[in-house]
Design a protein around this ligand. Structure first.
Ligand code: ZN
Ligand code: ZN
Length: 641
């Protein structure tokens, strides 16, 4: 997902300065009088490189046109704001203008604010304060935005004091920007104070305060204010929905989206993309499908962003066929779209197809980026293409000039680890230029589990526990390693430690999307209205499985209870509840799709394989790490996960 802030900036509604070329985005049409004087000015509109701009600049110096501030501002505007421009060149131009005005200075501030170093905007502002030039109120929103981007509360406070010093404290848009700046800098109290003292508001004011709460993690306050907002437009809804999604409140996001449609507000692209991302996380394919239908019906047109979100959603719901169809139908594809499809094929176990698509992407002249390579390396890892993986990893630096990040190293540890090359996996960890994080150690620990290397597993497990002493999964992992070795006294010590630290075990939780409604099951839970039927079905399944020769594998149960109790606990794992529910309510032969928050245990894996054969349903389970497509008694992961 893009890293853009969820909050739209308020539109410019400050009193316009008297500068005739006020609108930065409108193409500049030189007046006939200017054109007859300086014919080269007609080239400014078609200028597309800094080289071309330098020629125009030279001509404007030779002809004396540069002394006209209109002309100077247009040349500087290209250098400062165009993607092909150059901020140092813009600054060089500015320093050469004999009498720059506030408009020209603001253009440069705008360039700095949206450039790679927003702090330069503030340094330039200080430079201007020391000169004779007086800026107008238009500079302030830009400077506050720069403070928000950095983010720097002390600098933001300094600009705030200038708002009052220069008597601009009653402009609503400026107050909006102050609320935006304070919340972006984490000072929600100051933001609230300004908001509460505002006597007048514009359309943006409420949305900015709601967005401010969301940014500071105050979801209840955000929702309260959102519910109180009388005139909610599509921006209000998108602030709230996108805020939920970006903070992983996916169910809440979908509920709010439904409410939005009930209130007959048409969603925009950003809402649709975010809601699709929520569906992807929840594995809510029915709802995702509905959104695709909505896009088609409304004739919104599948943009690259929407298409990519659909590809991602279908892939993460385990429906790679539909993801491919959407991908092939997309008229325009950028690197993000290709990467989404490559990654989607990879996590669904179609490693070779993912690599084929990668070469197609190169043939289309699209250059791979870091995201693409996560997909490519994942593809190699899940399909056990060890040599290919090493070659691709090397090519990142040697051919593509990319610097591998921790995710890529993690893929390599996983690649070697799965293949049983534990020494090479450890070498990768030693050679990493950064500190290995828990994902890297986790990949190695998983490899130890798969290949039964208890000694190394124990060491890595302890390392992980040290790194994340409050993460229940780390205790469970180490407990399982001890349990597999029969070291029950160590299991007991660990359990005591866990209790003393107040860490509670993350309950296993599975979602199933049935005809557009998400049903959630927690291990051992009986809160579902169909609970009785579900447990009856589980009995049924258990009998069928026994007849088919399945013996429950209790090594995954960490509690030291007797065998029979362990078996019952196993049968109440959340995915088994979800499967039973799915079997009761699905049409014959329909695919059952389940999303789980933890890794599937060995017993559930073996049982699900058999269930897919006995009950003749394809069952797709997405666990924390990968997909399992269970069909006719086998799984797409080839029992290797
Ligand atoms: Zn299980
Ligand atoms: Zn599997």
């Amino acid at each position: 997902m893009s890293a853009s802030p969820p909050l739209p900036l308020p539109p410019h509604t400050l009193p316009r300065s008297r500068h005739p070329q006020n609108d930065q985005n409108a193409p500049w049409i030189p007046t006939p009088q200017l054109l007859s004087e300086y014919p080269f000015l007609r080239h400014i509109r078609s200028c597309n490189s800094i080289k071309h701009l330098k020629q125009i600049h030279a001509q404007s110096i030779a002809s004396g046109a540069i002394h006209d501030n209109f002309v100077a501002s247009r040349i500087l505007s290209f250098a400062a704001l165009s993607p092909n421009g150059s901020l140092p060149y813009a600054r060089h131009l500015f320093d050469q203008i004999p009498k720059p005005d506030a408009f020209i200075a603001n253009t440069l501030i705008r360039g700095y604010t949206s450039g790679p170093c927003p702090i330069d905007a503030l340094l330039f502002y200080i430079h201007i304060l020391e000169s004779s030039l007086r800026l107008d109120a238009h500079a302030i929103p830009l400077l506050l935005k720069a403070c928000s981007e950095i983010p720097s509360l002390p600098l933001g406070r300094a600009i705030h004091s200038h708002v009052f010093k220069f008597g601009w404290g009653s402009h609503i848009p400026l107050l909006n920007y102050l609320v935006y700046m304070y919340s972006s800098c984490g000072s929600i109290d100051s933001a609230e104070l300004i908001f509460s003292r505002m006597t007048e508001f514009d359309d943006a004011s409420w949305n900015i305060m709601v967005g401010g709460y969301l940014k500071c993690g105050l979801f209840e306050a955000a929702r309260r204010l959102f519910d109180e907002t009388l005139e909610r437009d599509v921006v209000s809804w998108s602030v709230m929905i996108n805020g939920y999604v970006q903070s992983s409140f996916f169910k809440e996001a979908l509920e709010l989206f439904r409410k939005m449609l009930v209130e007959k507000v048409e969603p925009n692209e950003s809402v649709l993309v975010n809601v699709l991302s929520a569906c992807a996380h929840l594995g809510a394919m029915e709802q995702g499908k509905w959104i695709e239908g909505y896009v088609t019906k409304k004739n919104v047109g599948v943009t690259v962003r929407l298409g990519t979100a659909l590809v991602d959603m279908y892939s993460k719901c385990g429906c790679v066929e539909r993801a491919l169809e959407v991908f092939n139908e997309m008229k325009e594809k950028n690197v993000l779209a290709w990467s989404a499809m490559i990654g989607g094929l990879a996590i669904n176990g179609h490693g070779e197809d993912a690599l084929r698509l990668f070469s197609q992407m190169e043939m289309h002249g699209v250059r791979a980026n870091n995201v693409t390579f996560v997909g490519v390396l994942n593809a190699c890892s899940h399909s056990r293409l060890v040599d290919e993986g090493s070659i691709y990893f090397d090519s990142m630096t040697k051919v593509y000039g990319l610097k591998p990040n921790i995710q890529h190293y993690c893929c390599m540890v996983d690649l070697y680890g799965r293949a049983g090359l534990l020494d090479r996996a450890q070498e990768v960890i030693k050679s990493m230029p950064m500190e290995p994080n828990s994902a890297v150690w986790g990949a190695l620990a998983n490899a130890c589990r798969i290949h039964g290397n208890a000694q190394l597993g124990e060491r890595v497990g302890k390392q992980l526990l040290e790194l994340e002493p409050d993460h229940s999964g780390r205790y469970v992992l180490l407990s399982n390693i001890y349990a597999a070795e029969g070291k029950w006294s160590d299991v007991a010590v660990l359990r005591r430690e866990m209790k003393e630290r107040g860490v509670s075990k993350t309950p296993g939780c599975s979602f199933i999307d049935l005809k557009g409604t998400i049903h959630e099951f927690i291990a051992g839970d009986n809160s579902h209205p169909q609970s009785q039927e579900i447990y009856a079905k589980l009995e049924d399944i258990s009998k069928e499985l026994k007849l088919a020769g399945h013996t429950p594998n209790t090594s995954a149960v960490l509690l030291d209870m007797d065998e029979e109790e362990k078996q019952t606990a196993l049968y109440h794992h959340s995915e088994k509840l979800a499967i039973a529910f799915g079997l009761i309510n699905s049409d014959p032969g329909a695919t059952i799709r389940i999303t789980k928050n933890l890794r599937v245990c060995e017993d559930c894996h073996a049982a699900t394989k058999m269930i897919s054969r006995i009950y003749k349903h394809e069952i797709v389970v997405r666990d924390r790490i990968r997909f399992h497509h269970f069909k006719d008694g086998s799984c797409s992961c080839m029992d290797f996960w």
